[in-house]
Design a protein around this ligand. Structure first.
Ligand code: FPP
Ligand code: MG
Length: 296
């Protein structure tokens, strides 16, 4: 499948993370005076590290479908990372997972407000970006995707069921729903928006949605595995959160071995669809494969 060495892949990955972080810094709100605390909290949580997977996937899919003007996609890359960051900040709040704030050091009140502000600012940023596109209809399509997948039909919907069923026994079907919406929806949005911005056709966007779904499932199952097997230092967030919160996970429902197999299977299936879809993007294939063995 791919001829990129591990070292070349790692260098390419690091280069992309640093490009994305520059995009994020320049997208943050400027000239804030009286409400400076919120601007600081937004910056702190957005710039507190992370794999930058969602904007990275968006950019690679944009390239895969022939997109070449990267300035056009940058506001959307910033927007998806802001939405992702808001979700982490709110998920860590005492009313939800009650984890040590991965991305918020400003107290509960500012945690709520920084999350709200990031979510809103994501759309402010993406709308500005859409208005500047050569073909604003592509931007509108990307906005439709982002807003739907982040909301009640997407991530928020999944989180609602996750919160409601915490501490209760859940079925395979319920777990599938939670993962599909809580985690896959935003990964689907990343890939689909990249395709839409490159002007991909509806059928192509639908196929890339399947890729996102598979990557999301693999990603969330790996998240469950790491919550049990990693260390807080390596992961950059507290481990054992699922046990503490009495959460049913893929691992608790199916066992560790099946969980590991599922991660591998879903990831491989995702790469197969991608390879049939378009010109090869070696980095993208390798990025998805690397998630199988990810340690953080
Ligand atoms: C880790 O991403 C995130 C997940 C595995 C998704 C979990 C889903 C939620 C927290 C949904 C919350 C929703 C609401 C509405 C509050 P990552 O490993 O890419 O994180 P990183 O950016 O730190 O690398
Ligand atoms: Mg949670």
């Amino acid at each position: 499948m791919t001829s990129m060495t591990q070292e070349q892949f790692q260098d390419a990955l690091n280069a992309r993370v640093s490009t994305i972080e520059k995009v994020l810094v320049s997208a943050l709100p400027k000239n804030i005076t009286k409400q400076k605390t919120i601007a600081d909290a937004m910056e702190y949580s957005l710039m507190a590290g992370g794999k930058r997977l969602r904007p990275m996937l968006m950019l690679e899919v944009y390239r895969l479908f022939g997109g070449s003007d990267e300035a056009e996609i940058e506001p959307f890359m910033a927007a998806i990372e802001m939405i992702h960051t808001y979700s982490l900040v709110h998920d860590d709040l005492p009313a939800m997972d009650n984890d040590e704030y991965r991305r918020g050091r400003y107290g509960e009140d500012m945690g709520i407000l920084a999350g709200d502000a990031l979510l809103n600012y994501a759309y402010e940023t993406a709308v500005e970006g859409a208005l500047k596109l050569k073909d604003p209809a592509n931007g509108l399509k990307a906005l439709q995707i982002l807003s739907r997948k982040a909301g009640v039909y997407g991530m928020v919907g999944g989180q609602v069921v996750d919160v409601e069923l915490t501490g209760k026994p859940i079925s395979e079907e319920q777990l599938d729903f939670i993962y599909r919406y809580k985690t896959s929806a935003l990964l689907e949005a990343s890939l689909m928006a990249g395709a839409a911005l490159a002007g991909a056709a509806e059928e192509e966007i639908a196929q890339i949605e399947c890729v996102g779904r598979l990557v999301g499932l693999a990603f969330q199952i790996q998240d469950d595995i790491l919550d049990l097997t990693s260390t807080a230092e390596e992961l950059g967030k507290p481990i054992g959160s699922d046990l503490r919160n009495e959460k049913t996970t893929y691992v608790s429902l199916y066992g560790m071995r099946e969980a590991e197999e599922a991660v591998e299977e879903y990831s491989k299936e995702a790469v197969e669809i991608l390879e049939n879809l378009s010109e090869e993007n070696e980095f993208l294939d390798q990025l998805i494969v690397s998630l199988i063995h990810r340690k953080k």
